[in-house]
Design a protein around this ligand. Sequence first.
Ligand SMILES: [Cu+2]
Length: 155
Amino acid sequence: MTLLHKLSKLAAASLLLASTAWAQAPAVKVEGAWARASVQGQKGTGAFMKLTAAEPMVLLGVSSPAAGVSEVHEMKMDGDVMRMRAVAQLELPAGQAVELKPGGYHVMLMDLKAPLAKDASVPLTLRLRNARGVESRLDLVLPVAASAPAGPHKH
Ligand SMILES: [Cu+2]
């Protein structure tokens, strides 16, 4: 076997590894994630982010060690009253950004174990399912802020 042959075999092997790693990488891009700071005695707060799935995915749920209960909520006008309710799952169409933001969809962290201090961070895990029914988890660490941080992706 020539050296060149060996090298090309190695290159092929590493390409294969790279593509395998890519296939297992989370198929959802998360941008601008943050959680709203809470004060002593406040039981719940919101977390927000922009999710863009590379393939059709469904957000099945969320969890955080900082909260007793974590849910995906939707805010909707009911007559002239803004109400929020838990959604069982949230569709993430391929290539289309779904925004979780104040006044719309959001992650609700309830039964907080301690106030979320500004400039702290909070772990949040997204539970996802792709179109083939394969479930995956995406572990995030969200910065805690009083309002949406200005980021490079602001439009
Ligand atoms: Cu809510």
